[in-house]
Write a protein that binds this ligand. Structure first.
Ligand SMILES: *Cc1c(COP(=O)(O)O)cnc(C)c1O
Length: 476
């Protein structure tokens, strides 16, 4: 019997029912699951096997996927995944994402989905309002901050080439000098990747730093911009080691004075605008030419979710519009074809989970989450400072706590190795996830607290497990 989707039309509801049935117990267990359960790793091989000639039908296939997935997944949407900057998924955003799959909209064109296009226009407006960007900025949703950086920097490249009399979308970079790009030492790998993809070269960024943390040397930036001609400045609204911010207003002043394009990478840091206690960190972002951010980090919507805003909305259409007809929506144009404003053509309705979470929790709900994460980070920072076996490496500004294990009596020259092994063992252990970095020349942990589920008990468990594993390593 051939399993053909046309023969099994009623299977969809049954298969989706299986997912809904599994969701309840899975989500209820999530707070107590280890981040990764090594004992379930053997299940990964059950994914493998020859391509079936005759399929087993939707309910059986989905049941199998759920059996493997709910056990062998990294439970990073739970409360104790502090490695990198990995957000959770609010209940509304997660369900909104299911709606996206249910409706399966072709979201590139107004014609194929007025629903998706209108939802995108609405959430872009809500996001601008949420983070305090002017209503006049254009925008587009992207799969991630990497794509948002790519989009913003593609606009910068278009602007820069035009300053040299070239339409880069038609003619490419041939014959042009190298585009000057300046940043601090905080510049994220994804900005380099974007420059690499744009044919500008990842090493085109000159980092102008004044200390070993990578902070920007504003005098050097002033001098370089004065000499460079049209140039691009990448400002970093939140770096990943300690959540430090470049001085956006000062960089905006210099960009303005020298006629440079200012791109702000605010992947997670843009959301500092939500709280009066941290809003000063992003002051000046409203003067940027382009701003990139992530939804799947601090907004806590599922992957893949990013967005970019551009001061001159027409540049998006010029940089990404179609052949001989750059797409230039009028400001009041509702019939937007978002596939003309960004790197994607066909795309999913990623506005829907954002719409759902902002509608469900509003500004105050998201502000509360941002403030809770900062409070938890401050709590962890205080615990570290009060411990004689832990050392805080940088002030707590937002949600990262950069610290190392430093028990009394261990010589300085053994600490890097000790902390590196500690980081590796933490991940191996799986109860909590945190990773190491090299900060100002020393190996340190840098847990990031950005999941709506995380509580003080989860943060305290991190300290407990660090001590337990650290102690064991000392005894070896
Ligand atoms: C995570 C991050 C990015 C890249 O975001 P993705 O969503 O992983 O593509 C860019 N910049 C900064 C500062 C980040 O933290």
């Amino acid at each position: 019997m051939v399993a053909d989707p046309l023969m099994g039309r009623q299977d969809a509801a049954e298969a989706l029912g299986l997912v809904a049935e599994a969701a309840g117990p899975y989500l209820a267990a999530l707070p107590d699951l280890p981040v990764r359960d090594a004992a379930q790793a053997h299940l990964l091989k059950d994914l493998d096997g020859p391509l079936p000639e005759d399929g087993e039908g939707a309910p059986a296939a989905v049941a199998e996927l759920l059996r493997i997935g709910t056990r062998a997944a990294t439970h990073s949407s739970g409360p104790r995944f502090f490695h990198f900057v990995v957000g959770g998924s609010t209940p509304a955003a997660q369900a909104g994402d299911w709606v996206t799959s249910l409706l399966d909209q072709a979201s590139g064109l107004w014609l194929t989905s007025p629903l998706a296009a209108r939802a995108e226009t609405v959430v872009l407006r809500w996001l601008r309002e949420l983070v305090g960007l002017p209503e006049s900025f254009g925008g587009v949703l992207t799969p991630s901050a990497t794509f948002a950086n790519l989009t913003g920097l593609a606009c910068a490249r278009h602007w820069w080439a035009a300053r040299h009399g070239t339409d880069v979308t038609a003619d490419g970079l041939a014959g042009l000098p190298r585009m000057p790009v300046f940043s601090s030492g905080y510049v994220h790998a994804s900005d380099r990747k974007a420059l690499q993809l744009l044919g500008l070269g990842r090493d085109s960024v000159r980092t102008l730093t004044r200390d070993d943390a990578g902070r920007i040397d504003l005098d050097a930036l002033d001098r370089e911009l004065a000499a460079a001609g049209p140039a691009v400045v990448i400002a970093n609204a939140g770096e990943v080691n300690a959540c430090d911010f470049d001085p956006l207003s000062d960089m905006a002043d210099l960009a303005e004075e020298h006629g440079a394009w200012l791109h702000v990478d605010g992947a997670f840091g843009l959301f500092a605008a939500l709280s009066p206690e941290t809003a000063h960190l992003v002051r000046g972002v409203e003067r940027a030419d382009s701003v990139a951010a992530d939804g799947h980090k601090w907004l806590n919507v599922p992957y893949e979710s990013g967005f970019v805003f551009v001061k001159d909305p027409s540049v998006l259409g010029r940089a990404f519009g179609g052949w001989n007809a750059p797409y230039l929506p009028a400001p009041d144009d509702e019939l937007v074809n978002y596939n003309m404003l960004g790197p994607e053509s066909s795309r999913r309705a990623r506005a829907l989970p954002i719409w759902a979470t902002l509608r469900a929790y509003g500004r105050s709900g998201h502000r509360a989450m941002v403030e809770r994460h900062r409070d938890l980070a401050v709590h962890l920072g205080r615990t570290v400072e009060e411990s004689d076996d832990l050392e805080l490496m940088a002030p707590v500004t937002l949600f990262v706590v950069c610290f190392r294990y430093r028990p009394p009596g261990v010589p300085e020259d053994r600490l890097d190795e000790l902390n590196r092994r500690l980081g590796a063992e933490l991940v191996e252990d799986g109860r909590v996830y945190a990773g190491t970095t090299v900060y100002r020349g020393v190996v340190a942990l840098r847990p990031a607290i950005v999941n709506w589920r995380t509580t003080e008990a989860d943060v305290d468990l991190l300290v407990e497990v660090v001590r337990e594993i650290g102690g064991r390593l000392l005894d070896q």
